[in-house]
Design a protein around this ligand. Structure first.
Ligand SMILES: C[S@@+](CC[C@H](N)C(=O)[O-])C[C@H]1O[C@@H](n2cnc3c(N)ncnc32)[C@H](O)[C@@H]1O
Length: 254
């Protein structure tokens, strides 16, 4: 009797559909021109907005966030810095359209990377962030000439030492961990501290996989050796998974 070859358990590799990665990761080949509102900043930076009235606040890598526009309307002396500033408002509005469509498509496709605490749905998040970008564009058109929006690129900012009471930086460091190496992160953190007379807050402390930036402990050790104290502070906010904390830096008192 001829013997039958056993049926293959799996089709050949080429015929199999690609398996989705066990843990999804945000795919961030370029830094997106994507921004959030003052309400969102208030949550992920645990801000006391009333106490900031009359204080000098810098938003670094501010993109199309409306934080600065809304803060200035509340009599906070806020300034925003981003490499895109200096371009015509129409170009920035076009970039917003492109990057928001790209990001929200990816976010919806990778919903396992999101927690619905800060927003009830992607639609709600998209509506709020698109409204933030619109407020930004209007304010940029009105106040670019007054120096509210300044072109600048980390790790070198165009400000004197100790200019700002509070320096904020959201969704650049650590988020784009694959684009910027350890030395860049260290230089960027030093620069944020240089322009601050008080505190620096950075959010989130996770990378595009929702896991803490692997070099964080080493960064903190290097900064400590230079007299910069750091603290990880949990915040009452989470949309991207794991993004529920900020890094707070201060120059230690002599
Ligand atoms: C994802 S957006 C974050 C905007 C805002 N901070 C927020 O959280 O809503 C990142 C921004 O970083 C800016 N950026 C890219 N490289 C930078 C650099 N080396 N220094 C400062 N900003 C940079 C981009 O232009 C972009 O607007």
């Amino acid at each position: 009797m001829p013997t039958l070859a056993p049926a293959p358990l799996l089709p050949p590799a080429a015929a199999r559909p690609p398996r989705p990665p066990a843990t999804p990761v945000l795919d961030l080949p370029v830094v997106s021109f994507f921004g959030r509102s003052l309400a969102e900043y208030t949550k992920f930076f645990a801000l006391d907005v009333a106490a900031l009235k009359g204080r000098d606040v810098l938003d670094v890598a501010a993109g199309p966030s409306s934080f600065t526009a809304e803060a200035c309307a509340r009599r906070i002396d806020a300034v925003a810095v981003d490499p895109f500033y200096g371009r015509p408002a129409a170009d920035l509005a076009a970039q917003v359209q492109l990057d928001y469509a790209r990001m929200f498509e990816q976010m919806r496709a990778k919903r396992r990377l999101f927690r619905f605490r800060a927003f009830a749905s992607f639609d709600e998040a998209e509506a709020e962030r698109r409204a933030a970008a619109q407020r930004f564009i209007a304010d940029y058109e009105a106040h670019f000439a007054h120096g509210r929006y300044v072109g600048g690129v980390l790790p070198r900012l165009p400000f004197f030492d100790g200019t700002f009471d509070l320096v904020l930086c959201a969704h650049l460091l650590f988020t784009y961990a694959a684009r910027f190496d350890f030395d860049w992160h260290l230089a960027a953190l030093r620069e944020l501290v240089r322009v601050s007379a008080g505190e620096v807050r950075i959010h989130p402390i996770v990378g595009p996989d929702g896991k803490p930036y692997p070099g964080l402990a080493r960064l903190r050790r290097e900064l400590k050796a230079e007299g910069i104290a750091s603290q990880i502070v949990e915040v009452d906010y989470e949309f991207f998974t794991g993004a529920n904390a900020m890094l707070v830096l201060r120059r230690a008192q002599p």
